[in-house]
Ligand binder design. Structure first.
Ligand SMILES: Nc1ncnc2c1ncn2[C@@H]1O[C@H](COP(=O)(O)OP(=O)(O)OP(=O)(O)O)[C@@H](O)[C@H]1O
Length: 362
């Protein structure tokens, strides 16, 4: 089983440094997903693991071997691209067999491996077809099949589902989840900007921003305990509501005053930090309508988005610089201009200091 180790990895294009010293240990058999906004360096990092981009500084190890100067073909990796990159004039079978044919593997062995991969990905009925006679989802499965046939130490996926329409995306995502189950010893590194893919596929998510790691953790940990404002607002949809607040009482529990309310949170704060400005956070799905009119704060309904399964309500809250979003289950009847009182479980509330770091981690 193979792990990947990144030690102080840096990347510069000319004089511009875009990756600023990444330390990361990917365990053997782990499925790690890189997420982050456009331009944060996800693809560059993946391509450095693949050997498709040179490493400016730092050390990269695959299976305990330093690979900085090892060409891609000798790193024991297989990469699946957004664009599939299939040979258009070759059948599905030949596309999947190509790597082994080049490596002069015995015919019977090639056939065994291609058939096994085709079975995992339910591609058996299409082995004689050309790529142009396949749907986008089937083509991407062939590209994944080609990677499986090579029996790599590490699978690298660069936004493999982003060219697919919504339904195919879901179906192919489930195929990848099954692939992970059927190959528990394979190490997989996956780049996406799709949160659902990250949350559902990852053992651990690496959140990147501007060439740095913001937080690494399992998906639910990142959702429940974001280390900073960036992660808090990046993971979860709609994003976490953030409001300016002031510490009223510090200690084991912290009391804060909000724009037009007060909250006591089971989060410790430094003694003597009374009066300090902080940011208060609560997720739209963790807010509810207080029945007794005695909630955290009041809000006036501005926009109601009914999605059937959920209703997103955008509220104007006095002294809050941004609208507060409330996410309710099912169809809800709320009229524009109506004033409602909002409540939340204190255990689901978050506090961040002026530098944007969660008080839970200080
Ligand atoms: N060949 C290049 N020359 C100069 N700058 C580059 C080059 N390739 C990437 N960059 C820069 O490096 C940074 C990281 O790019 P990268 O493609 O890794 O981001 P990303 O997170 O994968 O973005 P996206 O989600 O949009 O694909 C960006 O600022 C980008 O402009």
């Amino acid at each position: 089983m193979t792990g990947v180790l990144l030690k102080n990895i840096k990347k510069s294009y000319g004089v511009t440094e875009v990756i600023h010293g990444i330390d990361l240990e990917i365990e053997p058999g782990e499925f790690v997903v890189f997420v982050g906004p456009s331009g944060c360096g996800k693809s560059t990092l993946l391509r450095m693991i693949a050997g498709l981009e040179s490493i400016t500084d730092g050390d990269m190890y695959i299976d305990e071997q330093r690979v900085n100067d090892i060409p891609p073909s000798q790193r024991g990796i297989a990469m699946v691209f957004q664009s599939y990159a299939l040979y258009p004039h070759m059948s599905v079978y030949d596309n999947m067999a190509f790597g082994m044919k080049i490596a002069k593997a015995p015919k019977a062995e090639i056939e065994r491996r291609v058939k096994a991969a085709a079975e995992i990905l339910q591609l058996e009925p299409y082995l004689d077809r050309l790529p142009k006679a396949l749907s986008g989802g089937q083509r991407q499965r062939v590209a994944i099949g080609r990677a499986i046939v090579r029996d790599p130490k590490v699978f690298l996926f660069d936004e493999p589902l982003s060219n697919l329409d919504a339904a195919l995306r879901v179906a192919t995502r489930i195929e990848i989840a099954k692939l992970k189950e059927s190959m528990p010893d394979s190490t997989m590194v996956y780049v996406t900007h799709d949160q659902v893919e990250a949350m559902t596929l990852a053992d651990r998510i690496v959140v990147l921003s501007a060439g740095r790691i913001e937080q690494v953790g399992n998906p639910i940990d990142l959702y429940e305990r974001p280390a900073n404002l960036f992660v808090a607002q990046f993971i979860g949809s709609p994003a976490m509501n953030i409001q300016p607040a002031k510490i009223e009482k510090a200690g084991e529990k912290t009391t804060v005053t909000l724009g037009n309310g007060t909250a006591e949170l089971p989060i410790p704060s430094e003694a003597g930090s009374e009066g300090r400005t902080v940011k208060f956070g609560v997720r739209p799905e963790d807010l509810s309508i207080a029945s007794n009119g005695n909630g955290l704060f009041d809000g006036r309904v501005n926009i109601v988005e009914s999605l059937g399964e959920v209703t997103n309500v955008y509220l104007d809250v006095e002294n809050a610089p941004e609208p507060v979003i409330l996410k309710l289950q099912g169809v809800q009847k709320l009229g524009r201009g109506e004033t409602i009182s909002l409540a939340a479980d204190p255990a689901k509330m978050h506090l961040f200091n002026e530098q944007g770091r969660s008080l839970l981690y200080l």
